[in-house]
Design a protein around this ligand. Structure first.
Ligand SMILES: [Ca+2]
Ligand SMILES: [Ca+2]
Ligand SMILES: [Ca+2]
Ligand SMILES: [Ca+2]
Length: 396
């Protein structure tokens, strides 16, 4: 009985042992299979590449439990830790061809690696538009020369860059794209123009820049008959030599020629933008050339030899007018200067000040100096009191 039981156990053990040894491979772990794809397959230094190892597999483990790690540049140093996440992203800052290594590990620690390469080129950058214009100031007769050859691009040679021009910055380009960088343009109407250049690189990236071109009317050379007055003009313009043009004179807004020994101011008529003119204490007789100074606000002509002030009748923006110590008799022409606040007429030959009473702008707070004039009795007894009634301070 005992022997029979023992034999049965022994046989059973033997059968189990034999059956286990008869198929040893079914219980032995195998290494996983590494596999990945790269998207995109090539790019630039601004491309974010996605690496996807979800195609990796293992005979024993589900892909989910497989762990992966990456070496982005095959330098032997893993750039990520092991992770069950199968996708990763990476960006290459420097252009080149890189070998990527993926290692996959199964749950029992068996591993498999695979490599792939990716090519990274330099990312395109936009061009830089730049141009010169010569001359920058001209007339309708001027042929302006434009040169965009200073434009540049990191990737393209300047020769390859295309340019187009908008001569008046109205949003409509006036030329087609061309690789020729120089061109000319002529304007038919005076004015200030914003010129726009657009530069395009071989990948279609564009950049614009603008500059101002001034088209003036043709200038006229102005001559002066009084050397002292010309000297004053040259000092004012800071132009010791060379032609003085009407356009030069239009830049003057203030002229301070107190005591410059000027007797003839011909040529001053081109200083049409004068706001402030001081020619006190000279020997000027003729001021007819001041008649066009529509902007003039301050005029000092005391201490000259002026008789006729009819040219001042249109200077309606005058606020301060000093005509003291001249030879003035007739002041009819001052009745229209309604913006006057101070009027200096002392030391002249004025008898009748009736025209001042006809100037409605000479009123409260204004000052009129009539000292040292042979004023008529009517002026003193009638007209001055009328002015004073308005609030005008009258010295006489
Ligand atoms: Ca396995
Ligand atoms: Ca590495
Ligand atoms: Ca470029
Ligand atoms: Ca245009």
């Amino acid at each position: 009985m005992f022997n029979k039981l023992f034999l049965t156990l022994a046989l059973t053990t033997l059968i189990i042992t034999i059956s286990c040894k008869s198929n040893p491979t079914t219980s032995e772990n195998t290494a996983p299979t590494a596999l990945f794809i790269i998207n995109p397959t090539s790019g630039t230094t601004i491309t974010t590449f996605t690496f996807d190892a979800s195609g990796s597999s293992d005979n024993e483990d589900a892909t989910d439990v497989l762990q992966v790690r990456w070496d982005w540049n095959n330098d032997g140093v893993w750039d990520t830790d092991y992770s069950t996440a199968k996708t990763a992203t990476h960006q290459y800052d420097i252009a080149g061809t890189y070998t990527i290594v993926l290692e996959v590990m199964d749950s029992e620690g068996l591993t498999n690696t695979i490599t792939k390469t990716v090519t990274v080129s330099i990312a395109n950058t936009g061009p830089t538009a730049s141009f010169t214009v010569n001359p920058a100031i001209g007339t309708v007769n001027t042929i302006f020369n434009f040169d965009a050859s200073g434009s540049s691009d990191n990737e393209d040679a300047t020769d390859v860059l295309q340019v187009r021009w908008d001569w008046n910055n109205d949003g409509t380009y006036d030329t087609n794209y061309s690789t020729t960088k120089t061109t000319t343009h002529q304007y038919t109407i005076e004015g200030s123009y914003t010129v726009k250049l657009e530069v395009k690189d071989s990948e279609g990236w564009v950049h614009n820049t603008t500059t101002i071109v001034t088209v003036q009317r043709p200038s006229t050379v102005v001559t002066f008959s009084d050397a002292s007055f010309e000297a004053l003009i040259r000092v004012t313009l800071n132009k010791p030599t060379g032609d003085i043009t009407d356009i030069n004179l239009e830049t003057i807004t203030a002229l301070n020629g107190n005591g410059w020994n000027v007797s003839n101011i011909s040529g001053i008529e081109y200083c049409i933008n004068l706001l402030n003119l001081d020619l006190r204490d000279n020997s000027i007789i003729d001021i007819s050339s001041l008649s066009g100074f529509r902007y003039l606000q301050v005029l000092s002509l005391g201490g000259n030899q002026i008789v006729d002030i009819s040219s001042l009748s249109g200077l309606i923006n005058l606020i301060l007018l000093y005509l003291d110590d001249n030879q003035i008799i007739n002041i009819n022409f001052l009745s229209s200067l309604i913006n006057l606040k101070e009027l200096g007429l002392g030391g002249n030959q004025i008898i009748d000040i009736y025209p001042l009473t006809q100037n409605s702008g000479i009123d409260n707070g204004d000052i009129v100096d009539l000292t040292n004039n042979p004023l008529s009795t009517t002026s003193i007894n009638t007209y001055i009191p009328q002015l004073e009634t308005r609030g005008v301070t009258v010295y006489h």
